[in-house]
Design a protein around this ligand. Sequence first.
Ligand SMILES: [Zn+2]
Ligand SMILES: [Zn+2]
Length: 244
Amino acid sequence: MNLTVIGCWGAYPEKNEATSGYLVEYSGSKILLDCGSGVLTRLQNYCSLEELDAVVITHTHADHFADVYSLEFAILILMQIGKRKKPLDVYVYGSELCRLSFSFPQYVHVHPIHIGEPLKIGTAKLEFSENVHEVPCCAVRLTTEDGKALVYSGDTGYCQSLIELSHHADVLLIESSFYDWQKGMMNGHLTAGEAGTIAALANVKQLVLTHFPHYGELSQLVEEAAQRYDGPIHLAYGDMKLSI
Ligand SMILES: [Zn+2]
Ligand SMILES: [Zn+2]
């Protein structure tokens, strides 16, 4: 499978960039994990909107779903002019469904995500775990037919369930919202050191840090994660591609 980072900022996008959005391609399927602000315009560099199969929304914070409403209009128009043949499937963490209000249900098919109930999208299996966050939020493990596994944390504080979901994953794409000196100052997000600890305990093959703060030196996040995890560590960036 191929992972492309569309956006990697927490809260709001830096100039010409995007918040959370990750394109995953495998066996002819193209799915988007989260669709935050700035994602829709940048996504089109890598995937035509006619071809996008599904969107998975981990939670209803704007930096993870704001652009899904613009995407709804794109699907509406592309289907009306005959360029797109099928509605878009949008999977949303179950208890958050009521907070999303699409206007055109014939073009966007919304499906609830339930923890403990794996989904199949194309040939991949998706499993979920409950995060620690201000609103209900899930982490996602996507496993392809050839047994490769990508885990995306969504937003979360430190939790055992993410360690279990990430067990032996080929790539753990994990939020790293804070530097270690901020540990304990904010709930519901990880420091880079905590991200490293989760990667080490889960024995993942490589780590990609994302969902960045808008201050400090981001390279410090890698240094802090590396104090706890000795595998390869990457800093996400818009346009980053990873073959898994
Ligand atoms: Zn966020
Ligand atoms: Zn959030």
